[in-house]
Design a protein around this ligand. Structure first.
Ligand code: NAD
Length: 385
């Protein structure tokens, strides 16, 4: 089948198998070039197929020589309907094949990580193949969660107390307009915390501990974002921010409950992923931030961030801020970077978008996520989906 991108707003409904493989290969190459570092040898990544989780898995494997088990929720292709698999499905297939060829153990569990069944299946696999894990990375991003009580909760991206209006990029036509985000009600706030907060992270750690598959002194890390004051109403002080505060509190709760375990929040840089594209206002901020960080030679993607995490933040003493958080957003939040971003933010409009923002870079990253627009992939060729 010839696979072409079908983009609807912030989502692409097709994925290219050869392009996704290329994406994985490039990430592996980056980590190999960065060299080895000491680190965990048996790693469980929950949310391992795209974005930060995939990059964590690749970095753990190729920088630390770790054996990895990944948990993801991805769909296979449906040939009769001409439907490709999801990018995470192709990424994982490619990663497992390449890792195996390179002599690394890599297996994945595909299913709902929020469920008890998938937790049990993952624990059996750890017991059989690895015995225990030294590190658990929690990198889930999901719009909904069915909790053990059987109720399905949906997350929303809203403010907490009042309307918030600011510039926004219309991803359908690259026009800069305005978006207004309305406040969430109590139920929407608590549902978002149920989905993106730390409840499920703790359930995973409880289950792993109970089954004795977490090694003594194991480390667990969950990912978060803070960002600049500009996006506070929609992110840090919005519904998603409330969930991230709960995630942070959970890191403290895990350490209290299991004193031999270290639980960290790593605050990562904002990047184009399937999750961040869905947040209003944030994509324009990201496009301007890409422009400024590339100008200053400090731009990173997921793989650069995760390689830096293993090399610089997790080696020997774990480098943390005053709240015990790992800060990979340190370069994004540098005052010179932020003041330039704010200068551009004030000036940006549809006419000067290409001057003020790296809109091409934004879209290249977007298409790459789905395996498109790699210059060395032949998109005219028939591929097996
Ligand atoms: P992503 O959408 O690229 O990846 C999400 C992963 O979760 C995928 O592997 C997917 O298969 C998996 N997943 C989703 N629902 C699942 C389920 N029910 N069961 C099993 N697996 C499931 O997202 P991302 O942007 O890499 O985000 C990962 C984490 O990093 C999130 O906590 C996010 O808030 C955080 N983060 C993201 C950014 C950013 O700008 N993208 C910045 C800082 C922190």
């Amino acid at each position: 089948m010839i696979v072409e991108p079908k983009v609807r707003g912030f989502i692409c409904t097709t994925a290219h198998p050869a392009g996704c493989r290329e994406n994985v290969k490039r990430q592996i190459k980056y980590v190999q070039n960065a060299g080895k570092t000491d680190g965990p040898k048996r790693v469980l990544v929950i949310g391992s197929s795209t974005g930060y989780g995939l990059a964590s898995r690749i970095a753990a494997t190729y920088a630390c020589d770790a054996k990895t088990i990944g948990v993801m929720f991805e769909k296979e292709a449906v040939a009769v309907k001409n439907r490709t698999a999801t990018p995470g499905w192709y990424n994982t297939k490619a990663f497992e094949e390449i890792a195996l060829t390179d002599g690394y153990y890599a297996k994945s569990v595909n299913g709902d990580a929020f469920s008890n069944d998938i937790k049990a299946e993952t624990i059996s696999l750890i017991k059989e193949d690895l015995g225990q894990v030294d590190m658990v990375i929690y990198s889930l991003a999901s719009p909904r969660r069915t909790a053990p009580d059987g109720i399905t909760y949906t997350s929303t991206l809203k403010t907490i107390d009042c309307d918030f209006t600011n510039k926004s990029l219309n991803l359908r036509n690259n026009e800069v307009g305005e978006a207004t985000i309305h406040p969430a009600n109590e139920e929407e706030i608590s549902s978002t915390i149920k989905v993106m907060g730390g409840e499920d992270w703790l359930l995973w750690i409880d289950a792993l501990k109970k089954a004795d598959v977490m090694a003594e002194h194991a480390v667990t890390i969950a990912y978060s974002y803070i960002g600049p004051e500009l996006t506070y109403p929609v992110y840090y002080n919005g519904t998603i921010g409330m969930a991230k505060k709960h995630l942070y509190d959970t890191s403290i709760a895990i350490e209290q409950k299991y004193p031999d375990t270290k639980a960290y929040i790593s605050v990562n840089k904002a990047l184009v992923t399937q999750s961040s594209a869905a947040i209003p206002i944030v994509p324009l901020y990201i496009a301007i931030m890409y422009k400024v960080m590339k100008m200053e030679n400090v731009h990173e993607g997921c793989i650069e961030q995760m390689t830096r995490m293993f090399h610089e933040k997790l080696s020997d003493n774990i480098a943390v801020d005053e709240m015990n958080r790992i800060r990979l957003d340190d370069w994004e939040m540098r005052s010179d970077i932020q003041s330039k971003i704010m200068e551009y933010w004030d000036q940006v409009n549809t006419d000067n978008l290409h001057e003020m923002a790296d809109i091409d870079g934004y879209w290249v990253d977007f298409y790459h996520m789905f395996g498109f627009k790699f210059n060395n992939v032949n998109y005219k060729a028939d591929v097996e989906v």
